[in-house]
Every structure is written in structure tokens, then in C-alpha cells.
Design a protein around this ligand. Structure first.
Ligand code: NAP
Length: 323
């Protein structure tokens, strides 16, 4: 089984029933359902697996017990390959309406036409925006604990954040680093209690609450961080070799607005319960939408992808009836 889906052989000028933009769990699930609805479908995405590529073991997807995330991506590829759904690895820059059709513009491969679109374009990692962060990115500052943890064997690291990513990250880093500081700006974590329990049982993890990081210092590599207690105002300098910024994600607001999509107050693509956006024939699914914000799971993204494909199928049937 492969990590990269089979690429597509597209004829010039071909019009698809549906173009799915993205290659995370929502996109794979939409592709599977679209294929089962026998829609002529094309998937255009950049990274097979999306954010799953940054996950370790996944044990909260029903039926796939304790599966390694890379194996999960391979299973997803295998499933859509079974239905011969064509996939193009490319970045979609924009889309526009052209009569009854949409024209989707990809960076490398140019324009593709479809009668409907599902956007499953995910989110981007949030930055701390403190001095030293940009300077030391890749030189001690990381945004992916799961990817980079082995590089910090026998080192001291700080993980910043209070959600599932930070808790999961601290747990993984505790297996490699001699010491892990888990720094959170409040006194309560929003991540799953099961992760917190695991961390509390680790003797090399120190939890620091009500604290923010105000600066990252070093020479060639990270050497320390400056922290500030938000309740007392006390500042401290901690010696660390690595800083893992795990403070959540930002929605694709600019892409959405530039293409005429309505966004919610947080900047996520606005969808109704059938994953319909404000543009008829354009649906959205997964992390890029405002649906179930604060509960982002592979299984919830997959559910949204399935619903979006079902809605695209219904929309295309209605269009046929109107003609
Ligand atoms: P998240 O749930 O949005 O949590 C972000 C955390 O970072 C929050 O605790 C937040 O603090 C903190 N934060 C935000 N901006 C900050 C800043 N500028 N400085 C310091 N702290 C800041 O993000 P996430 O943990 O990356 O998770 C994202 C989604 O993926 C969630 O829905 C999560 O459930 C899901 N996920 C699931 C798993 C899993 O195993 N199932 C694993 C990873 C992620 P506040 O608490 O004060 O807001």
C-alpha cells in the first residue's frame, strides 16, 4: 500500500461532476462517497493525509484499533483506488463560476472544470508571534512534536499549548527528552482528560500553568525561553533545546473570502448542516469549516466529507431535473 494515491490521467477540456479540493480525511471520505454515488470525480490536493501526516498512533477512529497514522493514510488511498478516483497532487489557487460550471485553477496543472466543488482544504498552524520564534524555526522551534520528537533525545524541551496537540506532543516528547516543560496560558486544559492523565504519570514532565512564553533565545540553536506568569507577572528564563509550539490552527479565511465564500466570525468557511456554503454547488468539509469547532477528529472530518458528497449528489440531480 502506498502513501501517495495513484495520479490521474485527465483529458484536456474534460468536465467533472465534482472536484474535491484537499487530501485530508474529509477529502478522502468525500471521494469515497462521491465514487459510490457514481459521480465523475477529481481530487486535487497537496499532501496525502493532510494533518494526519503529523499524527502518531490514532486510537479514536472506530474499527481501526491503535493504527499508525501513516498506515491509516495508506488504507485511505487503497480505499479510493478501489473506486479508481483520480487524484492530482497540486495546490488550488482559486475557483470561479463560468456559466453552469466552475473553473478550478491549480498552480502547476492549470484549469479544471466541474459542475460542483467540495472544499476540504484544512487549516494552517498558528504561530506564537514572539521574538526569536521565526529566527529559530527549524533550529529548535518546531510545530510538530510527533514529527520532530526523535531529534530531541536526551534534550530539554518546552511544549506550549493546552489542547490535544500539546498534550499528545508532551507525551511523545517525554519518551525522548530528559525533561519536558508543558506550558499553558490558563489553569485548565482543553485537551482530552485521558491525555492529561498520561502526562501526569510521566516523571520527566513538568506542567507550568497560567504562563506564556514571551521570548525564545539562542545563538545558532535555541538555548532558552523567557516565560511570564500571567497572574503574578513573574518572569523566568528556562534553559531548553527545543520549543514545540502546539497552539492550534488558523482557518483559510483569505482563500475563502477571495473566492466569494462567507466565513464565520472566526474566519472559518460558513456551512449549513448539509455542508453547503453560500455559493450554490460549492460545499465544504473538515477543519476549514466552522462546523463542530473545538472538536476536530479524523472521524468528524470523515463524517463531514461524506455529508458533503451526499449533498453534491443531490445538488447535481436537482440541476439535471431543472434542465
Ligand atoms: P486547540 O484545541 O485550538 O488548542 C490550542 C491551545 O493553544 C489552547 O489551549 C489555547 O489556549 C492555546 N493557545 C492558543 N493561542 C495561544 C497563544 N497565542 N499562546 C499560548 N497559547 C495559545 O488546538 P490543538 O490542540 O492543536 O487541537 C486542534 C484540534 O485538533 C482540536 O479540535 C483537537 O481536539 C484536535 N486534535 C485531536 C487529537 C486527537 O488525538 N484526537 C490530537 C490533536 C488534535 P486556551 O485553552 O486558553 O484557548
Amino acid at each position: 500500500m502506498s502513501l501517495i494515491p495513484k495520479s490521474a490521467d485527465i483529458k484536456p477540456g474534460e468536465t467533472f461532476d465534482l472536484i474535491i479540493v484537499g487530501l485530508g480525511p474529509a477529502a478522502y471520505s468525500a471521494a469515497l462517497y462521491a465514487a459510490r454515488y457514481m459521480l465523475k470525480t477529481l481530487v486535487i490536493g497537496e499532501t496525502p493525509g493532510g494533518q494526519l501526516t503529523e499524527a502518531g498512533e490514532v486510537d479514536d477512529y472506530l474499527g481501526l484499533i491503535g493504527i499508525n497514522a501513516q498506515d491509516m493514510i495508506k488504507v485511505f488511498n487503497k480505499h479510493i483506488e478501489k473506486y479508481n478516483v483520480p487524484v492530482i497532487l497540486d495546490h488550488v489557487e482559486s475557483f470561479r463560476k463560468d456559466g453552469d460550471e466552475f473553473v478550478v485553477k491549480a498552480k502547476k496543472k492549470g484549469e479544471f472544470k466541474a459542475k460542483s466543488i467540495i472544499l476540504a482544504i484544512g487549516v494552517k498552524r498558528r504561530k506564537l508571534n514572539v521574538p526569536g520564534e521565526a529566527e529559530f524555526t527549524g533550529r529548535g522551534v518546531s510545530y510538530c512534536s510527533i514529527c520532530d520528537a526523535p531529534l530531541f533525545k536526551n534534550r530539554i524541551v518546552a511544549v506550549i499549548g493546552g489542547g490535544d496537540s500539546a498534550l499528545e506532543g508532551a507525551e511523545i516528547l517525554s519518551r525522548y527528552a530528559t525533561k519536558v516543560y508543558l506550558i499553558h496560558r490558563r489553569d485548565e486544559f482543553k485537551g482530552q482528560p485521558i491525555y492529561l492523565e498520561n502526562i501526569k504519570a510521566k516523571p520527566n514532565v513538568e506542567i507550568i500553568l497560567n504562563t506564556v512564553v514571551t521570548e525564545i533565545k539562542g545563538d545558532k540553536l535555541v538555548k532558552s525561553i523567557v516565560t511570564k506568569n500571567v497572574k503574578t507577572g513573574e518572569t523566568k528564563e528556562l534553559n531548553v533545546n527545543g520549543v514545540f509550539v502546539e497552539i492550534g490552527f488558523e482557518p483559510p479565511t483569505d482563500f475563502a473570502r477571495a473566492n466569494g465564500l462567507e466565513t464565520d466570525t472566526m474566519g472559518y468557511i460558513k456551512v449549513d448542516e448539509w455542508m453547503r456554503t453560500n455559493i450554490q454547488g460549492v460545499f465544504a468539509a473538515g477543519d476549514c469549516t466552522g462546523m463542530w469547532l473545538g472538536f476536530r477528529q479524523v472521524i468528524t472530518s470523515a463524517a463531514q466529507g461524506a455529508v458533503a458528497a451526499h449533498s453534491a449528489f443531490r445538488y447535481l440531480n436537482e440541476m439535471k431535473r431543472k434542465k
